[in-house]
Design a protein around this ligand. Structure first.
Ligand code: MN
Length: 263
């Protein structure tokens, strides 16, 4: 850490791409700019799409890699829970950072994302938590520009901590595919919605002639509205979306109350 910069205290890192993911290396580089007290507790294997699941029907195994780095056979939620309940000695973390995810987590992705769930669990445990994801433009060959997150991440995290946010809220940050751009604007965004079905199901055959399937994702052609996460990243900005865990839709609740509570 740069000695001129103030340490932000103890940081817990997790992700959903697993303990060996290049995005975790990127996150360790970001965290090293922020603190000398960084703990890593990440899934042993990839957990993308795990959402906010926790392991109830299998034992949870924890492997110590070194003093402050652990691999957990479980989900990102298990990682944060194990870090808090069993792994970290002494003080609670001052910050949870989840990611940096390989690929964006915006619009509907947010509900499938294990990266976002890591930050959800941190928030539920009362810790300021931020999910970080790196978007990439898929032009046939997948190159994830983690250098963007590494270059801008420390400044963004410090800025967010300076301004602060509600304790029931997690922040979902997405970096655009803009390597080498010195300054990227930060946009406070709303969770967007896809205007087309992007998911495809690819059918293949195994050597015994049986079908099997992979979910695939087509490149987006949508025109997302200004103010959404999708649009900010498409326009080359860093998107920060505040998300809350209370899933109640207040307008519908009011409508239902009016229609149903007729007494
Ligand atoms: Mn992932």
């Amino acid at each position: 850490m740069n000695v001129q910069e103030k340490s932000i205290g103890r940081i817990l890192l997790t992700n959903d791409d697993g303990i060996l993911a290049p995005g975790l290396v990127a996150m360790e580089k970001i965290a090293a700019q922020l603190s000398d007290d960084v703990w890593v507790v990440a899934p042993e294997s990839e957990q993308s799409g795990a959402s906010h699941s926790l392991t109830l029907s299998e034992p949870i195994r924890v492997h110590k890699i070194h003093a402050r780095k652990f691999a957990v056979r479980g989900t990102p939620t298990d990682c944060v829970m194990m870090a808090m309940m069993r792994i970290i000695d002494g003080a609670r973390p001052d910050l949870v950072l989840s990611g940096v995810n390989r690929g964006q987590n915006m619009a509907d992705d947010v509900t499938y994302s294990g990266t976002v769930a890591g930050a959800m669990e941190g928030t539920l445990l009362g810790l300021p938590s931020i999910a970080l994801s790196q978007a990439f433009e898929n032009n046939g060959e997948v190159v994830v520009p983690f250098d963007v997150a590494v270059a801008h991440g420390p400044r963004i995290v410090r800025r967010l901590l300076d301004v602060g946010w509600d304790r029931n809220v997690l922040l979902n940050v997405n970096f655009p595919d803009r390597s080498g751009v010195e300054y990227l604007e930060l946009k406070a965004t709303a969770q967007g919605a896809r205007d087309e079905a992007l998911q495809v199901v690819d059918e293949r055959r195994d050597p015994r002639g049986d079908s099997y399937y992979w979910y695939g994702f087509k490149p987006s052609q949508s025109q997302p509205p200004v103010g959404t996460d999708l649009r900010a990243v498409q326009d080359g900005h860093i998107s920060v979306t505040p998300l809350h865990l209370d899933l109640t839709h207040d307008a519908s609740r009011n409508t239902l109350a009016r229609l149903l509570e007729t007494g």
